[in-house]
Design a protein. Structure first.
Length: 405
């Protein structure tokens, strides 16, 4: 009895493990019922409710048992037989020489191949929020397609790893990229997230305007509510009225400058708020010993490695100028050796263009004021050496944005 139970368990575990490793295809083929014989001699063969993960055990079959095969289903490299009543057994436990029906060929999944050659293709978490996963596809990388959908007139493909890529950066079902011209200029992507954020940003400056009407009625209503009370009290206390009126006049005269001062207070606070938004240059923390939090092989990783004084978590290259200014660093259009140069999304970087979403950063090695050129070094997945240094000379140096140490 113990030996028989052990056989049941071993067969059940083996069936479940094979399912977990192989995954499931959606091919389900029906054919005329044929007979088969259970061939597993190491114990009982498990009969499952489904060949897909999450199935349950229905019962067991012994060696030599005859079965009637109603249909088959391909699970990648393994065929499963339906014995009727949603009872499934792997084909490897049935003698194939007694099965007349031939299993159908496995259905091949669609693939996409990265065709952007001037850099790496970003893998996004989903097409709506456009949040990067941190994964990238180099030129020529091929992935299986799990699903697709259309967003803003662009078809997006969900690939292995559950990330999404737009059709403008990849080629469908052509892994060798035969007769396909590589993309060298990053195509623009219609992003839903910036469009959703824009109204929120526009509404932010209106907040003081919304608060102002609420404060004005409160100020005007308070004297209006007090005035009838004083007028009603006046006839009841005529002897005190003459004394109260001068006092009220004096009080009103005293309150008026106070109200004016209250109205002037925001004007006095405004320079302080501006000063808080624009810290004095050079008044910043020292980030040199903080390590490097940026993804390996990205331009931000190289810049932090070569210029360790920059901060971590400054965002993408296009966001560095704003992050550095907020952290107290001097940011301007003055070229200087040792500074970090920040490129906006879609900005020209000499012979190529920065990613329209991420932008780019590099480190200035030298500046030649005679011809207004800067020599920069940089890293990134689009270069032959992602960790750099990749040297480039840019003209029109004073048009770029520089972060100074």
């Amino acid at each position: 009895m113990k030996r028989k139970k052990l056989g049941y368990l071993s067969s059940g575990i083996l069936g479940l493990a094979s399912l977990t490793l192989l995954g499931v295809s959606n091919a389900n083929h029906t054919h005329a019922a044929t007979n088969g014989t259970i061939n597993y001699k190491g114990g009982a063969t498990t009969v499952w409710s489904s060949p897909e993960v999450g199935q349950t055990v229905k019962h067991y079959l012994n060696t030599g048992d005859k079965v009637s095969i109603q249909s088959s289903k391909k699970v990648f490299s393994e065929t499963w037989y339906n014995l009727g009543n949603d009872e499934w057994v792997s084909s490897k436990y049935i003698d194939s020489n007694q099965v007349v029906a031939q299993p159908a060929a496995e259905v091949k999944a669609d693939t996409v191949t990265a065709n952007y050659k001037s850099g790496a293709t970003t893998v996004w978490s989903d097409p709506e929020s456009m949040a990067p996963t941190g994964e990238y596809l180099v030129y020529g990388a091929t992935k299986k397609v799990l699903a697709n959908k259309k967003v803003n007139n662009t078809t997006w493909y969900q690939i292995e790893g559950k990330g999404w890529v737009p059709e403008t950066y990849v080629v469908l079902n052509n892994p060798s990229l035969t007769n396909v011209t590589p993309i060298t200029v990053a195509p623009a992507i219609s992003k839903a997230e910036p469009a959703q954020q824009q109204p929120a940003e526009q509404a932010a400056p209106q907040q003081p305007a919304q608060q102002q009407p609420a404060e004005q009625p409160a100020a005007s209503q308070q004297p209006a509510q007090q005035q009838p009370v004083e007028q009603a009290a006046a006839p009841q206390q005529p002897a005190q009225q003459s004394a109260e009126q001068p006092a009220a006049a004096q009080q009103s005269a005293q309150q008026q400058p106070a109200a004016q001062a209250a109205q002037q207070q925001p004007a006095q606070q405004q320079p302080a708020a501006q000063a808080a938004q624009q810290p004095a240059a050079g008044n910043h923390a020292n980030y040199t010993n903080q390590g490097n939090s940026y993804p390996w092989g990205q331009c931000t990783y190289y810049a932090k490695s070569v210029a360790p004084w920059v901060g971590n978590y400054w965002g993408n290259g296009a966001q560095w100028a704003s992050s550095a200014r907020s952290a107290g660093f001097r940011v301007d259009n003055t070229p200087q050796a040792g500074a970090v140069i920040s490129f906006a999304g879609g900005q020209s970087v000499g012979t190529w263009t920065a990613d329209p979403y991420y932008g780019h950063v590099a480190v200035v090695q030298s500046y030649n004021p005679a011809n207004n050129t800067v020599t920069i070094t940089q890293g990134g997945m689009g270069f032959s050496s992602p960790t750099g240094p990749n040297t480039q000379v840019l003209s029109g140096a004073t048009q770029y944005t520089y972060i100074h140490p």
